[in-house]
Design a protein. Structure first.
Length: 90
């Protein structure tokens, strides 16, 4: 496959489908954000929906739960709570 492109089939409706040609870079980007039990079609729809809604909370909720990330965020918030900020010039 020396061209650097991968052919991907995406389902549309029950039996219909469309074939898309995307670069290997685009395929790898989709594969990185795809969860194990999520189809590429669902990833594309999730990303397309994000654009139309423009709602950060909905976008964040569209990702699979990541406990490691949640733990890191909690650590940062705890550290931020313990930092005392001084006014400039003091």
């Amino acid at each position: 496959m020396g061209s650097g492109y991968i052919h991907v089939s995406a389902r549309r409706l029950i039996m219909a489908h469309k074939t898309l040609t995307i670069s290997e870079e685009a395929y790898n980007a989709l594969a990185r954000i795809k969860s194990k039990d999520e189809s590429f079609t669902k990833v594309i729809l999730r990303l397309a929906q994000r654009k139309s809604k423009g709602n950060l909370l909905e976008y964040v909720r569209s990702f699979p739960a990541d406990n490691e990330l949640a733990d890191r965020i909690e650590e940062v918030l705890k550290k931020r709570g313990s930092i005392r900020i001084r006014a400039a010039g003091r």
